[in-house]
Write a protein that binds this ligand. Structure first.
Ligand SMILES: [Zn+2]
Length: 168
């Protein structure tokens, strides 16, 4: 059972002129599209764009991409710059959208970007255990296998994307 996020009235299902059956708040008279989370993940490159930065986090053994959730009211590009500032203490000189993929386990739309750093000096906060610059080849060998991060990283280099399977 879902409820209107604005007024708390129980939603009904209503036929939308073009989008099929959509949750609708009879009190507000508005369609209430099903909610999901939005996150960004980044292929972080050094200034000369020949190295990739991967991180390890939360005591886990594998390397992943720098990533984080987009705040309400925040643009995705701003979230990219903010997460990089927070997690590795670096400023970004270039941001380019790469690809997106919905991630069912956390009901999250992942937006992947390439982010180029102004310089390679990093200052991690407590959220990151370890970070390392890799050649492109070594980054692909060290990224967590069968992960969305691996699919984004390989796709970034190959321009074709092979997605891992997740139960919905
Ligand atoms: Zn309502």
């Amino acid at each position: 059972m879902s409820y209107c996020q604005e007024c708390g009235t129980q939603l009904i299902m209503k036929e939308h002129p073009t989008e099929g059956t959509v949750p609708f708040c009879p009190a507000c008279g508005e369609y209430r599209w099903p909610g999901f989370n939005t996150a960004v993940s980044m292929v972080v490159l050094n200034h000369s764009k020949d190295r990739v930065l991967l991180i390890r986090q939360y005591g886990r053994p594998f390397y992943v991409l720098v990533a984080g959730y987009v705040n309400k009211g925040e643009d995705a590009e701003d979230a990219v710059a903010r997460e990089i500032r927070e997690e590795i203490g670096a400023e970004v000189s270039e941001i380019r959208f790469n690809h997106s993929r919905y991630f069912p386990p956390s009901n999250t739309l992942m937006l992947n970007f390439m982010a180029v750093l102004k310089d390679e000096e990093l200052h991690t906060n407590g959220e990151v255990d370890d970070f390392k610059w890799f050649s492109f080849e070594d980054a692909r060998k060290n990224i967590k296998p069968c992960s969305l991060a691996e699919a984004f990283l390989n796709g970034f280099f190959e321009k074709t994307y092979t997605w891992p399977e997740y139960k919905t």
